[in-house]
Write a protein that binds this ligand. Structure first.
Ligand code: ZN
Length: 426
């Protein structure tokens, strides 16, 4: 057992933040060898029962659940910040040329190592990430994640049409490769596999159907893709799949909407689409820095809530502009405020934080496993310094409520705030 004394943030069942300004987090190894939260609460209420347990004194710091990033692309580390005229030109000019290099496992390993270090440096302890269409890209990042003990989910991209040489795969072989990767990696230590059609326009109906069959055969495996990011893309999907009711309907028609299916963006959905998301248990990865950067649109939080649709926050690096969960939460706040194309609202600091931790974990179907620091959750957490910069220290010292403290960190925070990321107790 180990214990940490600090301010501690966690979440109640009803999503409300629970805060102990002088708290104690106790971790222990469970029967399966995993480091989990054994107890958490006020320091004085717990310390008497812990004779002999070493306590690290981290007073002045805030311990919070490790952030969960619901959508990003590890091969796009070198695409971040690329100037382009919207989504489709950005894919052609920058993204596909970079991704075509990932047939080479040595290159993939180097980028994967950098990418995972960058996630941890920013306080992200679990991610659902795209690899590329090359199996080597998946092996590389799973090997790197395994070494680090991370809970990490990825998959080989399926894209058998409308893609240039070097990233386009072949229908039948792509499905054989996907199943082999599932059998090799899904459930190894903390790793999970995601069936990964890039987006409907770059897959033939045969490839989508095959992906749906694998999704039915392996219900514990995740599905990840993109939907309704950009109006040109929505029109293109409608031309290619005229028999489907909508772009989201293409995925439904091919067996790709279910629990553990995460769709990035979900900007240009209609009311029936949102209800379908809610009914099937699929969830949206909301990517506000990416959506603002590419000018794609604004996620409609209130419509999603009204439809009972699940969602969580994501960076979408390299379309997104930052690995930092603080930047993502701030951008989500700005997108929420936008009230010209949809209902504008002010997301509360605790809600934003929940959407990037416990809420994102719930969207993945891992709500009782990660994303929170209640007893039984895996011991993935971050140690944050509210004094990390002069301005943040000044604001934090004036905070008269938890909302004010959390919002100061959201608005002014970045990687300088993250003192340490603890993964599986390490
Ligand atoms: Zn993406």
């Amino acid at each position: 057992m180990r214990a940490y004394r600090a301010a501690i943030l966690r979440f109640a069942e009803d999503q409300a933040p629970i805060y102990d300004s002088d708290g104690l987090l106790v971790t222990a190894t469970d029967a399966s060898g995993r480091s989990v939260v054994k107890a958490v609460g006020g320091y004085h209420s717990l310390i008497d029962g812990l004779a002999g347990v070493p306590v690290q004194d981290l007073r002045g710091y805030l311990i919070a659940p490790g952030f969960v990033d619901l959508h990003l692309h590890y091969p796009q580390v070198d695409v971040i910040g690329a100037p382009a005229d919207g989504l489709l030109p950005w894919l052609e000019k920058y993204t596909f040329p970079q991704e075509s290099r990932f047939f080479d496992e040595a290159h993939a390993l180097e980028v994967a190592g950098f990418f995972l270090d960058e996630l941890q440096r920013h306080g992200v302890t679990t991610a659902l990430a795209f690899a590329t269409s090359h199996s080597a890209s998946v092996h590389a990042i799973f090997e790197q994640a395994l070494q680090r003990g991370l809970r990490f989910i990825t998959g080989k991209v399926l894209q058998d049409r409308h893609s240039p040489d070097g990233v386009r795969d072949e229908t039948e072989q792509s499905l054989i490769d996907t199943e082999a990767l599932i059998q090799r990696w899904h459930g190894v230590d903390r790793l999970g596999y995601a069936i990964t059609p890039r987006f409907a326009p770059t897959s033939t109906p045969e490839q989508l159907r095959g992906a749906g069959e694998l999704a039915a055969k392996y219900p514990q495996v995740w599905i990840q893709s993109h939907v309704a990011e950009n109006r040109d893309e929505v029109r293109w999907a409608a031309e290619l799949f005229p028999q489907s009711r909508s772009y989201l309907g293409v995925y439904a028609d091919h067996g790709l909407l279910r629990e553990r299916a995460i769709y990035a963006h979900c900007l240009h959905l209609d009311a029936a689409d949102r209800v379908l998301m809610g009914e099937t248990g699929a969830a949206a990865a909301v990517c506000p820095t990416s959506n603002l950067f590419l000018g794609s649109g604004f996620f409609d939080f209130s419509a999603a809530d009204a439809a009972g649709m699940r969602y969580g926050l994501a960076s979408d690096v390299g379309g997104g502009t930052s690995f930092s969960p603080f930047h993502t939460m701030l951008a989500a706040y700005c997108v929420g405020r936008e009230g010209h194309t949809k209902t504008g609202l002010s997301l509360k600091p605790g809600q934003l934080w929940w959407q990037h931790t416990a809420g994102a974990a719930q969207a993945l179907g891992l709500g009782v496993v990660i994303g929170n620091l209640q007893p039984g959750h895996e011991a993935d957490f971050v140690v944050l310094d509210p004094q990390a910069t002069p301005l943040l220290a000044r604001k934090a010292s004036q905070a008269s409520s938890l909302d004010e403290l959390l919002f100061a960190m959201i608005v002014l925070g970045d990687d300088r705030v993250v003192v340490r990321s603890v993964v599986a107790g390490r």
